[in-house]
Design a protein around this ligand. Structure first.
Ligand code: AQP
Length: 332
């Protein structure tokens, strides 16, 4: 059976980008794959997190997975720090990852920015931990957005390096699971930057916990340009905000961008934004309601995570024992 591993960092409120770019696709995958969906809290602390906020976000991401349609009985849902194999395997894999490979990672350069010497070792080693996440379960497929493609390439290289170093065929090389419709959702305040949990402006993103009024208000205030909407897809070129909002509408309604452009050709942004707010509320309201219902019972969320950790731990510990055997660690 092909096996999927994917995860989201509990670094704040999940937003429309996480939903359209990741979770919505995972819901479809659970029909055809054995799925492991993680809340990657070890990754989250590569940048500073307030402990209480981290705990709250971990439950919130779990609730979001379930509210979006991930079945906790059919899939394994757990938080990363509860399965020790992630951190342990990251060390083993880190020992055979050349620094030159890590130096090429663009996400580190973006996140560390000019303060490179201040950035933590964890942020630098983030892609090695991601490789460990995937390889700890011998996952065969990883759904990735555009931004994570480079890290998955590295995970494949690290898997190959392990197999070569020890002369084994232990790790499968994980394949990217690309979605034709995978959407890169951009900020509502700047169509050239991706919608992000850690962006300070609340107005830049639609959170899965936003109510209908907040969604409508954020869309109404979304940045636009002074022109009416184009009558061809080519007319979206150089109009990042129009392209983003129309792309979101297309993703939410499961229509092609061509169909959406045809539907709103020549319309004013105000008309289009009204329609966009309606579909966003229609799609997100049931998710928000279900999330709120789940969040009211943290004990039940913790039970899901505990069950997931047991299942994931059993699988990963078995592989880790084999890996330690291959590496030559004595188990006295
Ligand atoms: N704007 C987006 N459009 C499409 N997909 C997105 N994803 C994130 N933002 C968008 C996808 O969501 C998954 C989980 O991402 P993550 O939380 O692990 O880290 P991230 O990609 O760094 O997300 P954020 O929101 O930008 O978090 P912060 O601000 O903490 O760094 C991934 O599959 C990602 O592609």
């Amino acid at each position: 059976m092909n096996r999927i591993f994917s995860g989201i960092q509990p670094t704040g409120n999940l937003h429309l980008g996480n939903y359209l770019g990741a979770i919505r696709n995972w819901v479809k995958l659970q029909r055809d794959f054995e799925c492991i969906f993680c809340i990657v809290d070890l990754h989250a602390i590569t940048v500073p997190q307030e402990p209480a906020a981290l705990r709250k976000a971990t439950r919130e991401v779990t609730a979001a997975y379930i509210a979006c349609g991930i079945d906790p009985d059919a899939c394994t849902i757990f938080n990363q720090s509860t399965v020790r194999a992630h951190a342990e395997l990251a060390w083993t894999l880190g020992c055979l990852t050349p620094l030159g490979w890590l130096n090429r990672m663009t996400q580190f350069k973006e996140k560390a920015g000019k303060q490179r010497d201040e950035a933590g070792l964890g942020l630098y080693a983030y892609p090695v931990l991601m490789a460990a996440d995937i390889l700890a379960y011998k996952a065969t497929h990883v759904p990735v957005g555009e931004d994570q493609k480079q890290h998955l390439e590295l995970a494949r290289d690290i898997a190959g390096a392990f197999n070569r170093r020890y002369g084994v065929e232990f790790f499968p090389l994980p394949e990217p699971q690309i979605f034709g419709t995978a959407t890169r959702v951009m900020s509502l305040r700047d169509g050239t930057r991706k919608m992000s949990k850690s962006e300070p402006s609340e107005q830049s993103r639609i959170n899965l916990t936003d109510d209908a009024d907040a969604i409508a208000q954020k869309i109404r205030r979304a940045k636009t340009d002074p022109h009416s909407l184009p009558d061809s897809v080519k007319g979206l070129e150089g109009r990042a905000e129009a392209e983003n909002l129309m792309g979101i509408y297309a993703a939410l309604t499961d229509k092609s961008i061509e169909a959406v452009v045809a539907e709103f050709a020549g319309a004013q942004f105000s008309t289009f934004k009204g329609a966009l707010a309606d579909v966003a509320v229609a799609v997100l309201s049931p998710i928000t309601a279900e999330m709120n219902r789940l969040m009211a019972d943290p004990g039940a969320i913790d039970a899901v995570l505990r069950r997931g950790a047991e299942r994931a731990g059993a699988m990963a510990d078995g592989y880790l024992r084999e890996i330690y055997e291959i590496v030559g660690f004595l188990r006295p």
